[in-house]
Structure formats: structure tokens, C-alpha cells
Ligand binder design. Structure first.
Ligand code: FE2
Ligand code: FE2
Length: 352
């Protein structure tokens, strides 16, 4: 063995010993992990996934037979991303769940720092109370229960009512910002007019001058399906996007910004036969198929959807949407973490 080789071997052994000794000081060599930490683009653990309404609806109704809303606090089947095992997460920042409420039930009052949104999927006659305002809910309605607002749900219906819950739980957990507070009573007192925020803030193009809301979230707590559908159907062709079709955001009417500080929500219409061009963005999304029949291709894999199906789009994944009907419009509801990414100057979008 040459002197030089001998030296290299001694040196290598010294490095190995050195590295082996570092963990006891709770330090590590960045030079070994630099390429893992600073990747050229996001490396998401989130997997594209589609949850089938046809499969989940019976499971959800079964939960109604086995567990009461009172026992459960909230009777929800969480949509768990297969790439994020062990976490309450549909994407790395967003959580979606299917909530069931049965006739006469009350899901007790509480508040928490995660923001929540609801998109009603099935059944008339349920309601949500948010900070003293009772909000009636019908299929297609989009309802907010923002950060730290007291909320309870109830049903005056004769059948099951189901909605999609959307929350920013994984994000707030990662930020270690979770606070939760149960209310002393099951139901909170109704201190405001029924659907009052809709009366005050629900007329597009008009705002009250006397009392203008200044909260971080939208003062409008319900966006009715009829209004949303009409708006997306009447969009002119100059407002269409080749990547999203005709797409509207549910905005805070005071600021024009997202309805919740952490999540933006959208209603998207694909015309009969329409196929969008591929794009990707540094925001993840949870989609709900509301009307029609179509398919979405995410990272070269295709997911066919019908009403009630939910699918997860990881960040920075190429995707296209297609309406498979030649005669019927298709409607997708979605919520994303884009407001957070934009606020932090991390938002990027790219066309293929
Ligand atoms: Fe809640
Ligand atoms: Fe997109």
C-alpha cells in the first residue's frame, strides 16, 4: 500500500468517526444533505388520489347507524392522502372530509383556529350557526366557518344531509397554531338575523356603507349555489382560461381577496367536450365534482369523476381537465392553499 493510499484511508476513517460522533451533540453535516434539502423544485409526498362518492356514501350512512353526532362531536369520514400516512391530511396543507348529519341532530358548538369551509352535497334542511348567525344550507351552497368563530351544525331535515368539509388543519398543525375551545352549551344563542350576512354582503357589486366588516375573513358566510352557478354560467368567453375553463373565485366582497385567509375556493365550469391545456402551480388543491362527468389527468395518470367524487391535486403537478359529455356542462368546486403561497411570495404557475 502506497503512502498516499494509506493516508486517504486514515482520512476516510477520521471523517466516518467524526460523523458518527455528531448526533450526541444534536448537530448534523449539512454538506451531506444539501441536495436533499434544496431540490430544484418541490418534491411532494402527496399523491394524486380520487375518492369515489359511490363507495363512500354507503360508508358514511353506515357511520350514521353506528355513531351519533353527539358521540362523535363531528361525524366525518376524513379523506386521507395515501402518501401522507398517519396524518390528518388530504394534501400537505389541506384537509377534506365528508360530514353527515341526521334529522334532529346537533353537532355541538365549538371553535378552533383552523379555518373551515363547507360545500353542501346532499339534502335540504340543515344549518350552521356562526357567531350567532344561523345559516340555512342547500345543495351547492358554500358556507364559511372562519378561524375562531363559534359554530355548530344542526338538521331540521327529514333525511340525511352530507357536505364536504374543507379545513387548513395540516397547515395549522405544521405551524403549531392549533387552539380549540368547546362552548359551554350544545347550541349557541341566535343573536343575529337568519342568513344576515347574505342580506348585508350577498348582493354582488354592493357593500353596506354604515357598517363595513374589517375581519381577515369574508363577512359573507354563505354563497348560495343559485348565485354561484348563474355567475359561472354567464361568464363571457373573454373571461375563460385555457387552463381552467370558466372559473370563479368565492371572494371576500370587501377586499376582493380569498374568502378565508389561508384557503381560496373556486367554482369551475367546463363546457361540453372541453379539454383544458396542461399547467401546474405551487399550490395544492382538493376538488369536488358537482355536475357532469369528466376526467382529470394529474402527473400522467387519469382520474374519471362524476358528481360527489373528490380528488387531491399535489402541488407543482401537471394537470388537465376534460368534460366527457358532448351536451352537458361539468362543474368542479375546489379549494387551494394559494393564498398562503402568494402571501409568502412562493406562488408560481407554469404552462406546459
Ligand atoms: Fe369545527
Ligand atoms: Fe390548476
Amino acid at each position: 500500500m502506497s503512502h498516499a493510499t494509506q493516508h486517504t484511508k486514515v482520512q476516510a476513517q477520521a471523517v466516518e468517526d467524526y460523523l458518527a460522533g455528531l448526533p450526541q451533540f444534536h448537530v448534523g453535516p449539512l454538506w451531506k444533505f444539501l441536495s436533499q434539502a434544496l431540490t430544484p423544485e418541490p418534491q411532494s409526498q402527496v399523491r394524486p388520489h380520487l375518492w369515489r362518492w359511490q363507495e363512500l356514501r354507503p360508508q358514511l350512512l353506515r357511520s350514521g347507524e353506528l355513531v351519533s353526532a353527539a358521540e362523535a362531536e363531528r361525524r366525518v369520514l376524513m379523506l386521507l392522502n395515501p402518501g401522507l400516512e398517519g396524518r390528518i391530511a388530504t394534501t400537505h396543507t389541506l384537509y377534506g372530509g365528508l360530514q353527515l348529519i341526521l334529522p334532529g341532530e346537533v353537532a355541538r358548538t365549538h371553535r378552533h383556529t383552523p379555518n373551515a369551509l363547507r360545500f353542501i352535497m346532499e339534502g335540504e334542511g340543515a344549518y350552521t350557526v356562526v357567531d350567532g348567525e344561523k345559516i340555512t344550507m342547500s345543495p351547492g351552497d358554500f358556507v364559511l366557518t372562519p378561524n375562531w368563530t363559534w359554530h355548530d351544525h344542526g338538521s331540521e331535515s327529514t333525511g340525511p344531509v352530507v357536505w364536504l368539509d374543507g379545513l387548513d388543519i395540516p397547515l395549522i398543525q405544521m405551524l403549531e397554531g392549533i387552539f380549540f375551545d368547546p362552548y359551554a352549551e350544545e347550541a349557541q344563542p341566535l343573536t343575529k338575523p337568519l342568513d344576515g350576512s347574505v342580506a348585508d354582503y350577498g348582493k354582488s357589486g354592493f357593500l353596506p356603507t354604515w357598517q363595513r366588516a374589517t375581519s381577515a375573513h369574508s363577512p359573507l358566510l354563505k354563497y348560495a349555489w343559485k348565485d354561484a352557478r348563474e355567475a359561472v354560467m354567464s361568464l363571457g368567453p373573454d373571461a375563460f382560461s385555457p387552463f381552467d375553463g370558466a372559473m370563479l373565485e368565492y371572494v371576500n366582497p370587501v377586499t376582493g381577496g380569498p374568502s378565508l385567509p389561508t384557503m381560496a375556493s373556486f367554482l369551475q365550469r367546463l363546457q361540453p367536450g372541453q379539454q383544458t391545456q396542461a399547467h401546474r402551480h405551487s399550490s395544492s388543491a382538493v376538488y369536488l365534482a358537482v355536475e357532469g362527468h369528466g376526467r382529470t389527468t394529474i402527473a400522467a395518470k387519469t382520474y374519471e369523476w362524476s358528481p360527489g367524487d373528490v380528488f387531491a391535486l399535489p402541488t407543482w403537478a401537471w394537470h388537465t381537465h376534460e368534460n366527457l359529455s358532448a351536451s352537458q356542462d361539468a362543474m368542479l368546486f375546489s379549494f387551494t392553499d394559494a393564498p398562503v403561497m402568494k402571501f409568502l411570495h412562493l406562488y408560481r404557475e407554469q404552462a406546459m
